[in-house]
Design a protein around this ligand. Structure first.
Ligand code: MG
Length: 370
């Protein structure tokens, strides 16, 4: 396909409640969307979910949008593109900037699938038509508030809860959740790299809470501590921030630094890279699941397509739109009987609502037009 127009669309997304993690509070965000039109007039949508102000895996929103517009749009502008070639470590000529690469590449996937008259799920080989989602509970002011929110999410129908933990806000909160919700709840803990090697004994003591896994306790580059924890603890270790490239995934598996991997398409630089990592974890018998980054309906749709692949053996962090947003920018994703449907329409199956695109607070910038 040939790319004839690229626009960046920014529109505010209002959070229902701020999500607090060990790296800060996420109160509102501006959704940054990419709209690409090919020479046949087919329009694809992608989303750049690099967080504002927080340099998660080294890429903040402003840096990422600048990389997209200045470095990468010229590579697509007016060119014949084959989406299968757009791998993050080889096609773009520059390493890093995975959120930016993903935003553009996922828009091209949307066009590619539409031109095949298939859903994104079908073109990547997804087998599930619905996803049983899990939900993330942030760090609240008190343990009682966290427990109350976990109970609220269970009442809403979520069967798996991941709770954010940090040093000093861990044992007490996990114990209180188990006491209030019992042992049947599928419970996970995400530390967002907040612990260090000296905490390994403490983290081993979390075995008593029967967690499905503990996610990213140590710094992204510290695979050694993850491997040591995996050896000493009965609780599975999941990696998130450590895994940005295929080489990093293969290295972590080789070192036995994890038995579970959270794969976020924006962190790994595209849908193609996420599918490749899916095949790797599946062939190594490593459990995996698709993580979310507060995507609007645009990013959520492609994450759901990805989560339909059979090797994603664990519950994804892909909740209903209403978990995070007062109103979504697409038709909202809803949970019905504990499931969210994977979009079945051509491409990603959703697009921004017309009233969002015409709203006075929405900014549309044409970066390239043929
Ligand atoms: Mg995480």
């Amino acid at each position: 396909m040939r790319i004839d127009r690229i626009r960046v669309v920014r529109t505010p997304l209002h959070m229902v409640n701020p999500l607090r993690t060990s790296d800060g509070s996420h109160e509102s965000r501006v959704a940054t969307l990419v709209e690409i039109r090919d020479s046949e007039g087919v329009i694809g949508w992608g989303e750049n979910v690099a967080p504002a102000g927080v340099s998660y895996v080294g890429e903040s929103s402003d840096e990422s949008v600048a990389a997209m517009c200045d470095l990468f749009v010229p590579l697509l502008a007016g060119r014949e593109i084959d989406v299968f070639e757009m791998m993050p470590e080889t096609w773009w000529g520059v390493s890093g900037h995975h959120f930016a690469k993903h935003a553009l590449e996922s828009s091209v996937w949307d066009i590619h699938a539409q031109r095949e008259s298939k859903s994104l799920r079908e073109v990547i080989g997804g087998t599930r038509t619905a996803i049983v989602p899990g939900v993330v509970v942030g760090i609240a002011d008190s343990v009682a508030e966290t427990v109350a929110e976990v109970q609220q999410r269970i009442a809403e129908g979520y069967g798996r809860v991941k709770v954010k933990i940090s040093p000093g806000r861990d044992v007490e909160v996990l114990r209180a959740i188990r006491a209030a919700c019992g042992d049947v709840l599928l419970l996970q803990a995400d530390a967002n790299a907040a612990y260090s090697k000296e905490d390994i004994a403490l983290l081993c003591s979390f075995d008593e809470f029967n967690l499905q896994f503990i996610e990213q306790p140590f710094a992204a580059g510290d695979l050694g501590s993850h491997a040591e924890l995996a050896r000493r603890s009965h609780t599975a270790v999941c990696l998130d921030e450590s895994i940005c490239t295929v080489d990093e995934l293969l290295g972590a598996i080789e070192m036995k630094a994890c038995s579970v991997v959270n794969i976020k398409p924006s962190r790994v630089g595209g849908i193609g890279a996420a599918v490749q990592m899916h095949h790797i974890v599946k062939s190594h018998g490593v459990d995996a699941w698709v993580g979310g980054m507060l995507e609007s309906g645009i990013g959520r749709a492609s994450c759901l397509a990805l989560a339909s692949l059979p090797g994603f053996t664990m519950t994804p962090d892909l909740s209903a739109s209403s978990r995070y947003f007062a109103s979504d920018i697409t038709v909202p994703f809803e949970m019905v009987n504990g499931e969210i449907q994977v979009p079945e329409g051509p491409g990603i199956g959703v697009q921004p609502l017309p009233e969002v695109l015409s709203a006075p607070e929405t900014r549309i910038q044409t970066v390239f037009e043929r």
